[in-house]
Design a protein around this ligand. Structure first.
Ligand SMILES: *[C@@H]1O[C@H](CO)[C@@H](O)[C@H](O)[C@H]1NC(C)=O
Ligand SMILES: *[C@@H]1O[C@H](CO)[C@@H](O)[C@H](O)[C@H]1NC(C)=O
Ligand SMILES: *[C@@H]1O[C@H](CO)[C@@H](O)[C@H](O)[C@H]1NC(C)=O
Ligand SMILES: *[C@@H]1O[C@H](CO)[C@@H](O)[C@H](O)[C@H]1NC(C)=O
Ligand SMILES: *[C@@H]1O[C@H](CO)[C@@H](O)[C@H](O)[C@H]1NC(C)=O
Ligand SMILES: *[C@@H]1O[C@H](CO)[C@@H](O)[C@H](O)[C@H]1NC(C)=O
Ligand SMILES: *[C@@H]1O[C@H](CO)[C@@H](O)[C@H](O)[C@H]1NC(C)=O
Length: 499
């Protein structure tokens, strides 16, 4: 803990006033819950539920490693979509593939200001950017991990980065993928967490997103959530776990027939946060999303931490809430309105951090996992290749490290049309200062009282390498480099917690 003098604090304060950059509070993990720490030091954090949407405009072809653009490179499109996500009532998006060499600062800053957290997958289907699920040893190498680490570099400084998915549906059948892939996914989680511990200012959570294969569901979860040999520091475990589920179809399913009761019992004793990383069956359209208010945020609320509806934009597989034209125009679909009213109906409980059960240690048990699915449970992870260890030791020296920036908070220039065909004209995002760590910056002029009090505030300058399954109490850990009016400075989170 470093005490800052009154004059230092005042000058930081003034700089903040000049800035429009409000950093969101990074989400932490305690036991099976996500926690949003309180903006003020000493106040209690709250359990955070994901109300989200999967976000990949353009689908898989929206990404190419050769392209200079990706889904987070057009600020005007991000302004359009941040507005729409706010209107919808979402607080999180999941993005599948980004180009680590592209600048994402404006888009991430827009989503940050709109109160939208991001969960990022670190792979793509391009060569050298994925783990081969059938023959993972052929792709588990320096080239792959360099691509993964570049994504960590590009996103590690964004406070609204909720976490990384180390793998998406890598185990996707009961053949070679389940036989060969599991220890490699754990190895990638290990490597990512080692890299983050050395080169990021906070313990960014890393998890896995599982395909919907009922026979494998319990075994896969057991495999990823446990600590090998009961080692508390085991870096290869998942910090959180995503389940893809399309089993509740609008208008035709209920708690029992959807299998949600089974989901509830499978995960009810979970040691880490579990949520739907994709959901929203589209067999019957328009979707009414009954599973939102009748399942995910009611029957499953004690077990899961919410979920992400698949998906924001209309693509070939017809799951879109919004139809995006080639000219960048957005037309809301009936699904958008229906999901909006579902989100509006959900009654998310307020749970204080102190009411969350303490984390439990779950020791990996191959016998138990094999009783759930025969042949699953190989905890002999591949050795880390030397070139990967070297990158972890030295860092990538990446030239593309993202950071929050100021942006022009005027409505998107793209046309937005609602589901009734009316154009929406004032599509600007609203910024909720109470959601941010530096909430005091929105106060017009600091009063004498607050200035005096700030003299006793302390800056938590310690960088956090604590594992994310333990609770780091108080203010969010880590520093955020903010470019305010051309001034670069490091802002200790504690400074934000002016009492
Ligand atoms: C909309 O266009 C104007 C003029 O080209 C530009 O100044 C403004 O930044 C654009 N808005 C956004 C949100 O990009
Ligand atoms: C990489 O992405 C592709 C396409 O999204 C997916 O099928 C594959 O399972 C992913 N691989 C990993 C390691 O996540
Ligand atoms: C779902 O699981 C929770 C524990 O996480 C339990 O309290 C609740 O009773 C379960 N609901 C049903 C309907 O079984
Ligand atoms: C949400 O519901 C409230 C009443 O419960 C209503 O006043 C409000 O307009 C609704 N908002 C949206 C965006 O549907
Ligand atoms: C592992 O799981 C099996 C089957 O559930 C159980 O019998 C055994 O006691 C467990 N081993 C340990 C060390 O907990
Ligand atoms: C377990 O995984 C390792 C790779 O980490 C592999 O070399 C070994 O053959 C696997 N063991 C079994 C029994 O499949
Ligand atoms: C990192 O980059 C800097 C500036 O580009 C360079 O001076 C330095 O040698 C690089 N370090 C490594 C380990 O490549």
């Amino acid at each position: 803990m470093v005490s800052l003098s009154k004059s230092v604090l005042s000058s930081i304060y003034v700089s903040l006033l000049a800035s429009s950059v409000n950093a969101l509070i990074p989400i932490e993990i305690v036991g099976k819950r996500f926690i949003k720490p309180a903006p003020k030091e000493g106040d209690e954090g709250e359990v955070f539920f994901i109300k989200g949407v999967d976000y990949m405009p353009g689908g898989a072809s929206g990404y190419s490693s050769n392209s200079k653009s990706d889904v987070l490179s057009d600020a005007d499109a991000c302004m359009r979509d941040a507005y729409l996500l706010q209107k919808l009532g979402a607080n999180t998006i999941r993005i599948y593939s980004i180009n680590p060499d592209v600048n994402h600062d404006e888009c991430m800053s827009i989503f940050n200001s709109a109160g939208i957290y991001v969960i990022l997958d670190v792979n793509s289907s391009d060569s050298g950017e994925y783990l081969d699920r059938e023959n993972p040893s052929s792709t588990y190498n320096g080239q792959y991990l360099e691509n993964v680490f570049k994504r960590i570099e590009a996103f590690k400084n964004f406070p609204n980065l909720l976490g990384f998915f180390a793998g998406n549906e890598v185990i996707n059948d009961q053949g070679n993928s389940v036989k060969n892939a599991p220890p490699y996914v754990r190895a990638v989680q290990r490597d990512m967490k080692q890299y983050i511990a050395k080169h990021a200012d906070r313990a960014i959570p890393v998890g896995y997103s599982a395909a919907e294969i009922d026979d494998l569901r319990a075994a896969t979860y057991e495999y990823f959530q446990c600590n090998i040999d009961g080692d508390e520091k085991d870096e290869s475990k998942s910090d959180f776990y995503g389940v893809n589920s399309y089993s509740w179809c609008s208008g035709s399913s209920d708690w029992g027939s959807s299998g949600y009761s089974k989901v509830n019992s499978t995960f009810q004793d979970s040691s880490i946060p579990v949520f739907f990383s994709e959901y929203g069956c589209n067999k019957i359209t328009p979707r009414t999303f009954d599973e939102v208010s009748e399942g995910v945020y009611s029957g499953l609320i004690d077990t899961l931490s919410g979920g992400l509806i698949y998906e924001f934009s209309e693509e070939a597989n017809h799951y879109g809430l919004v139809d995006l034209g080639t000219d960048g125009s957005a037309t809301l679909q009936d699904d958008f309105d229906n999901l909006q009213s579902q989100y509006n109906k959900t009654d998310i409980p307020d749970i204080s951090e102190s009411d969350v059960e303490d984390p439990t240690l779950s020791t990996c048990n191959s016998t138990k996992i094999q009783s759930l699915y025969k042949g699953f449970g190989n905890f002999t992870l591949p050795d880390q290749p030397d070139e990967v260890s070297d990158m972890i030791d030295n860092g990538l020296n990446s030239t593309n490290v993202g950071k929050l920036v100021e942006f022009d908070n005027s409505p998107s220039n793209y046309t937005i049309t609602d589901a009734d065909g009316n154009e929406i004209t004032d599509a600007s995002i609203s910024i909720n200062p109470t959601a941010t760590i530096n909430e005091q910056q929105t106060t017009a002029v600091p009063t004498e009282a607050s200035t005096t009090k700030s003299a006793s505030a302390t800056a938590n300058a310690a960088s956090s390498s604590s594992s994310s399954h333990s609770s780091s109490k108080g203010a969010a850990a880590g520093n955020f480099e903010i470019n305010a009016g051309g001034l670069m400075f490091m802002m200790g989170v504690g400074i934000a917690a002016l009492l």
